[in-house]
Design a binder for this molecule. Structure first.
Ligand code: GLY
Ligand code: MN
Ligand code: MN
Length: 442
């Protein structure tokens, strides 16, 4: 299946979605489902739109991410129908009718006004609709229906896996380009712009805001500033940036040290731990255990590098690893960068609890074949968390001189996208970088 053109995989993907939806509609006694692409919000007191972010349920069915006011109508037993919005608008350029091979799998109707869409789905019986804009006669965003679809969505179809591999390949290109900017002394902003250009995607097409940080900024988990003028050359570089293919996300982080030394050793230690954790992405593994395993591996690394005075398990028990690794080990990935359904026990939406003391973990499920997750261990020198540890009994277990030495370098995170394959984990990110390397060498 690996290497099959995505268009060849799409019909089967659609059949899977239809099968899942049939079961859900039947269980909840609905006759039809209507999914709205959505409408971009308008700026306050202005006549401009915010960038359009399509309803993820909509792009699950059709690879259209940039055309608001479309609608998908599905009635079990019939072909899905796409109502494609082409307004008569001389201010903007209407989207061209889709023509890819994927379009053969469903019916497509052009509409010039979203009000026309309602004619296509009124009188279908008890209808559920998903999205931000509604017509009164259908049930809007029923929780039971969303819970079921969200739970099912964690298991990717071969089409979705192929899209995600391609998103990773785009991201790898961007990462290489941004690294070259760092090496040559360019700013965070310059690295960000080089990233976008290498991915050939606009900023608004990115699945999330790029995190492009040098030096102390690398310790800010969701750093957003993009400095244009900084002391150069930077000591360290953390870039967390993805890309999307047909609406499916990549979410990739790399960290670099300019020179050898303790920070470079820390980067190597996190990388080594990360690779071990990727091996844990196998069916039947409880992702909560992967998170706790990350604490042990990272705790051991901190101990080995002289930052802390206790090995991993003891450091985890005393809350020391959380000072340096305050976020979860990862999350579901797919149509959204933090894909929904991560803390569900089953289709009913019942919550599957996080381990006590780990409130930021976004994924607590058992892994199954086809589930795609991120694996993103990190170690950071964060002033506010260090100050808390300094003020309590954890103080004695940390070497504060080493902490001071590392602070100017900020933090480390290494993040890959990994599918729990039936035979072995598939590391889409490392595969993408390897492919890029092979192409360069050729
Ligand atoms: N890029 C956000 C995250 O890694 O979760
Ligand atoms: Mn992530
Ligand atoms: Mn990330």
């Amino acid at each position: 299946m690996n290497g099959t053109p995505v268009d060849d995989l799409y019909p089967d993907h659609l059949r899977t979605l239809m099968r899942r939806t049939d079961a859900t509609l039947d269980a909840l006694k609905f006759d039809a489902l209507v999914i709205h692409a959505g409408v971009p919000p308008v700026l306050f007191l202005d006549d401009q739109d915010y960038p359009f972010k399509v309803n993820p349920h909509f792009k699950a069915w059709v690879p259209i991410t940039d055309n608001p006011r479309c609608t998908l109508v599905y009635v079990p037993g019939r072909r899905p129908k796409l109502l494609f919005n082409r307004p008569d608008d001389f201010w903007h350029k209407p989207a061209a009718m889709p023509t890819g091979r994927w379009t053969e799998a469903l019916d497509i109707v052009s509409i010039s006004d979203p009000k026309q869409a309602v004619e296509h789905w009124s009188g279908l019986g008890r209808t559920a609709q998903i999205g931000p804009d509604f017509a009164a006669e259908a049930v809007a965003n029923p929780k039971e229906l969303l819970d079921r679809l969200h739970f099912d969505r964690a298991v990717k179809t071969p089409y979705e896996l192929a899209c995600m591999r391609l998103a990773s390949e785009l991201g790898a290109r961007g990462h290489r380009a941004a690294y070259e900017v760092f090496r040559s002394g360019g700013s965070e902003y310059a690295a960000h712009m080089a990233y976008l250009s290498a991915c050939d995607q606009r900023e608004e097409e990115m699945p999330y805001n790029n995190i492009v940080a040098y030096d102390e900024n690398t310790a800010v988990l969701h750093y957003q500033r993009l400095e244009r003028a900084q002391a150069s050359p930077a000591r360290s570089f953390l870039i967390d940036a993805g890309a999307q293919f047909r609406g499916y996300a990549a979410d990739i982080t790399r960290t670099y040290a300019r020179n050898p030394g303790r920070f470079a050793d820390l980067v190597a230690a996190v990388d080594e731990a990360q690779l071990k954790l990727c091996e844990e992405i196998v069916p039947g593994r409880d992702y909560r255990e992967v998170h706790l395993s990350a604490h042990r591996h990272l705790g051991d690394a901190l101990h080995r590098l002289g930052v802390t005075r206790l090995p991993g398990q003891a450091a985890l028990e005393k809350g020391i690893t959380s000072v340096f690794f305050p976020h979860g080990i990862g999350h579901l990935l797919g149509l959204q960068v933090h894909d929904v359904g991560g803390v569900m026990d089953d289709q009913s939406g019942k919550e599957r609890a996080r381990p006590e003391g780990h409130p930021y973990l976004r994924l607590t499920r058992m892994l199954e074949p086809g589930v795609v997750v991120t694996v993103e261990p990190g170690l950071y020198m964060i002033d506010s968390l260090l100050a808390k540890a300094h003020a309590d009994e954890r103080r004695a277990h940390i070497d504060w001189a080493v902490v001071e030495e590392l602070k100017p370098f900020g933090g480390v995170r290494i993040e890959d996208n990994v599918a729990a394959g039936a035979q072995r984990p598939e590391n889409m990110t490392r595969d993408a970088f390897a492919k890029l390397g092979a192409r360069r060498a050729a």
